[in-house]
Design a binder for this molecule. Structure first.
Ligand SMILES: O=C(O)CCC(=O)C(=O)O
Length: 270
């Protein structure tokens, strides 16, 4: 299978995105789809999110990582058929393909919920620069990326609650996917940026974002719930954040389509 065949089988065509939507991705580095999740599916996603938090307790999120001040979930592709339509959604996939312009796979699918007073993150992009402070130290995934290099990572943010001014909505700097990483440009990566935008939206909204865009969670001041799912993608030649072949369960493998198996890079696992 090729990525083009997988995308076609999952319902992506040249008409899936409008010219205006492609332009937003190119210029701003992100695209907002309001009401992408219908109310029945939204409720099912919320309920499963909460059931997993209750069931997994202290170990929730450990397949990838835990983060102080937040509740996190990981390995969601193996934790309910209700999540199958998230990482395989045609609009999301069309946008991810437009960003990456190459063969790609799912890197991980995590959940994140900042608790009251928590959730703040320094400006980062989701590449090696997120974790190391100098190009010499950048070893994660083996490729230091210059601004003119291809894009390697892209993510979608599935809002399961309203994202508001006060409950820890994600902030972004439009256009910054074409810049060097924030630690090379900002003295204080916790500071406000003059061009920053807060991604507010109603529950059911999905944002697709070039993960080289400067972004970060903000503090949940109000304490209102702010659950999000993060289906996250990487250019196919690189390692996944969560090794899908290691985690894929037989029941998941048997449930999902050949195209979804290709996206997870687990073909032939069973
Ligand atoms: O959930 C968010 O607001 C963004 C999370 C994020 O950027 C991260 O965990 O790296």
């Amino acid at each position: 299978m090729t990525i083009e065949e997988a995308l076609t089988q999952l319902g992506v065509s040249d008409a899936t995105l409008t010219a205006e939507e492609r332009q937003r991705l190119d210029e701003d580095g992100y695209l907002i789809f309001p009401d992408l999740i219908d109310p029945v599916w939204l409720k099912a996603l919320q309920d499963r999110f909460d059931a997993l938090l209750a069931e997994e307790g202290e170990r929730a999120g450990t397949e990838v990582h835990q983060e102080a001040g937040t509740r996190r979930l990981s390995d969601l592709m193996n934790k309910g058929a209700v999540f199958d339509g998230c990482y395989t959604h045609p609009k999301v996939l069309a946008a991810i393909h437009h960003i990456l312009q190459s063969d790609f796979k799912v890197s991980a699918m995590n959940g994140r919920e900042p608790v009251q007073g928590g959730g703040f993150q320094a400006w980062h992009e989701d590449w090696n620069e997120a974790f190391f402070d100098s190009p010499e130290q950048n070893q994660w995934n083996g490729a230091y990326r210059e601004p003119d290099d291809p894009f390697y990572v892209a993510i979608s943010l599935w809002m399961l609650d309203d994202f508001t001014e006060t409950n820890g909505a994600t902030r972004v700097v439009p256009g910054s996917h074409r810049w060097r990483a924030p630690q090379f440009e900002m003295a204080d990566r916790r500071a406000d940026h003059p061009k920053q935008v807060l991604l507010t939206g109603k529950a059911g909204t999905v944002v697709v974002m070039n993960s080289h865009l400067w972004h970060g969670g903000t503090t949940n001041v109000s304490g209102a719930r702010r659950r999000v799912l993060h289906p996250y993608y990487v250019a196919r030649q690189f390692a996944q954040q969560e090794d899908q072949r290691r985690y894929i369960r037989r029941e998941t493998y048997e449930r999902i389509s050949p195209a979804a198996r290709y996206l997870l890079d687990v073909e032939g696992a069973y």
